[in-house]
Design a protein around this ligand. Structure first.
Ligand code: PLP
Ligand code: LYS
Length: 417
C-alpha cells in the first residue's frame, strides 16, 4: 500500500508529497488498509480457537490506530494505566484487556481491578500478594494469570529478548507451580490464566514452539493439582520484514499454537504489536542539507532519533527511499538527523539514489515503536501522524506546539521579578 505511481511514492491512493505539504515534515503516515489486513490475517489464522487478539498498545498508542483495532473486534495488551486509559477510550471492552509489566503500581492495579479487565498478568510473588490485598480491600475478586518465564532463547536482538531466566520478566519457571497453588487459595483472586511473552521481532517459529510446549506442560501439571485455567496468553513477538527478513506467516504461527496447545481447547489470547502496525507506517522527512566530509557523504534530514529511536537504540535497519524517484545512479551516504548526538544516525554507508536539499525521503516499516517511543529531546515537537484510507487522509495527531510542550512548567516565584 506504500507504492510508486509514475515514480512518486503513494500511501494507498494519496501521493505522499501532498500529505507532507499539508502537515509538514517530519510526519508519520499510516495505511488503514495494511493495519486492517494485518489484524484480519491474525483473525483468520486463529479462527479455529476461541480467541482474543489483544493488540499491544506499546507498539503504537495513537488513538486512531487503537480505535481501528477496537472496530475490528480486537482487545488490548497494556503495560500501564495510561495505556489502559487509551484502550478504554478507544472503546476496547475491559474484558478484552490484559495488563502485563514487572512493575505495576498499586494505583494501576487498583484501576485494573475496578475496571474488571480480562486478566492481570502478574510477574512476581510480591505482585500476586499485592493484587490479592488490593482486591480484598475493594471487596472484589481480581482475574489474574501468572506471566511465567519459560527460559527460552527467542533468538532476537538482546535488548528485546524477554523470556530468558536472566531477564527481569515473568515468574521464575521453577517456582511458578507453587505460586499457582498459593494464588489459587487466595480469597481476592480468580486464577484464570497463564501468560508468556518471550521477545520481539522473532523470525523463527522454534522459540515459540519451545515456549508453548512448556506452557502445555505447565497447564497439564496444574490440572493435576485441580487448577483449571481458562486463558492461554501467548504474548506477541512475531517479526516483520525490515530489509531482507522472511518472517513466518500468521498461519504458520497459528499452526504452532494448534500443535502445542490445541488439545486443551482453551481461550487463546495473543498480544501482537509490531506484526500489526510495523509495516503499516512510514516516516517522511525532508532533506535539510547534504555535505561531504572527506570520503563521507552526509544526508541531513529533519527527522531525528527523537522521532524514530530504533536505529540509535538497536542499530536497526529501516529502508530509506526517495519520495520521488529520478532514476539516478545510487551513491553511498550516511543519513542522519539534526540531534546533537552521533547516534542520531538512521543509516550508515547506505546505498541510496541521491537526494538534494528540500527533497523528501521515506523511512519504511516505521509503525511499531516509532511514534510511541518518540520524545521531545532537543525541545523538538512531537510530529504529526496521518492516517490514510484509500483516497482520503486525516491528521490523527497534530504537531505539538511549543506552548503545549511548555504547559505545566512553572518558573519559581523567587525568579519572578
Ligand atoms: C508483554 C508484551 N506483550 C506483547 C508485546 C508486543 O510484542 P511485539 O510488538 O513484538 O508483537 C510486548 C513487547 O515486546 C510485550 O512486552
Ligand atoms: N522497542 C523495541 C521492541 C520492544 C518490545 C517491547 N517489549 C523495538 O523497537 O524493536
Amino acid at each position: 500500500m506504500f507504492h510508486y505511481i509514475n515514480c512518486v511514492l503513494h500511501a494507498e491512493n494519496v501521493p505522499v508529497e501532498i500529505i507532507a505539504k499539508e502537515v509538514g515534515t517530519p510526519c508519520y503516515i499510516y495505511s488503514n488498509e495494511i493495519l486492517t489486513k494485518n489484524f484480519k490475517d491474525f483473525d483468520n489464522a486463529l479462527k479455529k480457537f476461541k480467541n482474543t487478539i489483544s493488540y499491544s498498545i506499546k507498539a503504537n498508542s495513537n488513538l486512531g490506530i487503537v480505535k481501528t483495532i477496537a472496530s475490528l473486534g480486537g482487545g488490548a495488551d497494556v503495560v500501564s494505566a495510561g495505556e489502559m486509559c487509551i484502550a478504554l477510550k478507544a472503546g476496547i471492552p475491559a474484558n478484552k484487556i490484559v495488563f502485563s509489566g514487572v512493575g505495576k503500581t498499586k494505583r494501576e492495579l487498583e484501576e485494573a481491578i475496578k475496571n474488571e479487565i480480562l486478566q492481570i498478568n502478574a510477574e512476581s510473588e510480591a505482585e500476586v500478594n499485592t493484587i490479592n490485598h488490593i482486591a480484598l480491600k475493594l471487596g472484589k475478586k481480581a482475574n489474574i494469570a501468572l506471566r511465567v518465564n519459560p527460559d527460552v532463547d527467542a533468538k532476537t536482538h538482546v535488548k528485546i529478548t524477554t523470556g530468558k531466566k536472566e531477564n527481569k520478566f515473568g515468574v521464575d519457571w521453577d517456582i511458578a507451580k507453587d505460586l499457582y497453588i498459593k494464588a489459587s487459595k487466595m480469597e481476592g483472586l480468580n486464577v484464570v490464566g497463564i501468560a508468556m511473552h518471550i521477545g520481539s521481532q522473532l523470525l523463527d517459529l522454534d522459540p515459540f514452539r519451545l515456549a508453548f510446549t512448556k506452557m502445555a506442560d505447565m497447564v497439564s501439571e496444574l490440572e493435576k493439582e485441580g487448577i483449571i485455567l481458562k486463558n492461554l496468553d501467548l504474548g506477541g513477538g512475531l517479526g516483520i520484514n525490515y530489509n531482507v527478513e522472511l518472517p513466518p506467516t500468521k498461519e504458520a504461527y497459528a499452526q504452532v499454537i494448534e500443535e502445542t496447545l490445541g488439545k486443551f481447547n482453551k481461550h487463546i489470547i495473543i498480544e501482537p504489536g509490531r506484526s500489526i502496525i510495523g509495516e503499516a507506517a512510514i516516516l517522511i522527512s525532508e532533506v535539510i542539507f547534504t555535505k561531504d566530509m572527506g570520503s563521507k557523504h552526509f544526508i541531513i534530514v529533519d527527522a531525528g532519533m527523537n522521532d524514530l529511536m530504533r536505529p540509535a537504540m538497536y542499530d536497526s535497519w529501516h529502508t530509506i527511499v526517495p519520495v520521488v524517484k529520478k532514476g539516478l545512479a545510487p551513491i553511498t551516504a550516511d543519513i542522519v538527523g539534526p540531534i546533537c548526538e552521533s547516534s542520531d544516525t538512521f543509516a550508515k554507508d547506505r546505498i541510496i539514489e541521491p537526494v538534494k536539499q528540500g527533497e523528501l525521503v521515506a523511512m519504511m516499516s516505521a509503525g511499531a515503536y516509532g511514534s510511541s517511543m518518540s520524545s521531545v529531546y532537543n525541545f523538538r515537537p512531537l510530529v504529526p501522524e496521518v492516517m490514510v484510507n484509500k483516497n482520503a487522509f486525516t491528521v490523527v495527531r497534530k504537531r505539538t506546539t511549543y506552548e503545549e510542550m511548555l504547559s505545566g512548567q512553572t518558573i519559581p516565584d523567587w525568579l519572578k521579578k
